[in-house]
Design a protein around this ligand. Structure first.
Ligand SMILES: Nc1ncnc2c1ncn2[C@@H]1O[C@H](COP(=O)(O)OP(=O)(O)OP(=O)(O)O)[C@@H](O)[C@H]1O
Ligand SMILES: [Mg+2]
Length: 345
């Protein structure tokens, strides 16, 4: 009887950001209850401190309101990572040989994910790390363009694909396998299966970093995708407009759902520097990245200017970090790579 009462009280405590409660998520354990006193354990894995504190505070609140005045809560730390929503399944696997898998994402299209992914990867490579890029944008693969290569990957023994190599990095993209005339509908049917094949049936070799260039958006496709592999963290790209920020917020929430830390935000096309006179003009309303960084309590890794060289380099198949390594913008990408390396090691 008293256990039933306790259970219904605890079912009022929702996991922050979800409609399901902490009992359903399996967080409550070792319950001992008698009149007015309760002892219980709360199982935590890798959630953020503020989420833990909120859960603990909410539990205490409902128990007090329910008439318990002696409350003893023990924290049970588990090493597993049960992502809310996938708690029945085991944690997703990591890619053999790959130390860090980092997703570059954005809620909105065209904000510069692929450009950031390519330059970030190139910057990490310049710092001596072994690097791969996986272009997961099946409807608009851009790696063949940003890296200037259109090679068809070799199929190795055991049906593994060998990544294409360019600028001393390992690359894989649907763009290497499709011709422009391949029907889009065929791609749609392939998405889920293919993503898993690109992650696990590609002979990535030993990599310090695998950068995932995600398709725009934070819908089911992206969620399925980020659930298939253990990610080290995510980088969110945004432009300074408020509209883009709403989408960023959704992106950040999506990674929270799979217990993946958002390592930082990159505000891209932040301002424009006139190539003739050096005048800095802020074309979009400013402060977007700052605001979001504050809200999510994650660092704003960089404010990358709208820069013709970045665009030209990308379109000519040579990321700026490789094409003009000494330029100011290339230096910014290198700083981001430094910061990320510090954050994940
Ligand atoms: N900082 C920048 N300065 C100038 N041009 C940029 C900058 N960043 C990106 N671009 C250009 O903007 C366009 C869109 O960039 P990109 O393809 O990287 O965006 P994306 O977010 O990957 O787009 P999609 O959502 O379609 O995948 C490209 O032409 C790219 O060269
Ligand atoms: Mg892209």
């Amino acid at each position: 009887m008293s256990e039933d009462k306790l259970k219904s009280l605890l079912q009022q405590v929702k996991y922050p950001g979800f409609s399901k409660d902490v009992v359903t998520f399996g967080l409550i354990q070792n319950v001992k209850v008698s009149d007015g006193s309760v002892e219980l354990g709360v199982k935590f894995s890798s959630e953020k401190e503020e989420i833990r504190q909120q859960i603990l505070a909410d539990i205490e609140k409902v128990l007090r309101a329910g008439g318990y005045d002696k409350i003893n809560i023990e924290i049970i730390q588990t090493s597993a990572k049960p992502a809310p929503g996938t708690e029945e399944k085991s944690a997703p696997p990591s890619i053999p040989g790959v130390k860090n898998t980092i997703a570059v994402a954005s809620g909105k299209g065209g904000v510069g994910k692929s450009t950031v992914a390519a330059n970030l990867a190139a910057a990490l490579r310049k710092q001596g790390h072994t690097v791969g890029i996986l272009d997961l944008d099946v409807f608009g693969p851009s790696l063949p363009i940003t890296m200037g290569i259109h090679e068809v990957p070799k199929v190795l023994e055991g049906n593994k694909l060998q990544p294409v190599r360019q600028y001393d990095m390992a690359l894989m993209s649907l763009g290497f396998l499709l011709t422009d005339s391949s029907p889009v509908i065929w791609r749609g049917a392939m998405v889920s299966k293919m993503v898993s094949q690109f992650l696990f049936d590609v002979e990535w070799g030993e990599l310090d970093y695998l950068i995932l260039d995600l398709p725009p958006g934070t819908g089911d496709v992206q969620l399925t995708l980020v659930q298939q592999v253990a990610l080290t963290g995510a980088v969110i790209v945004t432009t300074p407009q408020d509209l883009a920020l709403k989408d960023v917020e959704r992106g950040a929430n999506m990674f929270e759902k799979v217990n993946t830390p958002v390592l930082g935000i990159i505000e891209n096309m932040s301002y424009h520097v006139c190539t003739n006179c050096g005048h800095v003009s802020k074309i979009f309303s400013t402060g977007g990245g700052d605001k979001e960084s504050l809200r999510l309590q994650v660092p704003l890794l960089a404010k990358i200017p709208l820069n013709e060289e970045i665009m030209k380099a990308g379109e000519n198949g040579e990321p700026l970090v490789i094409h003009l390594p000494e330029s100011e913008a290339a230096q910014m990408f290198r700083d981001v790579a430094d910061k990320l390396h510090e954050l994940v090691n």
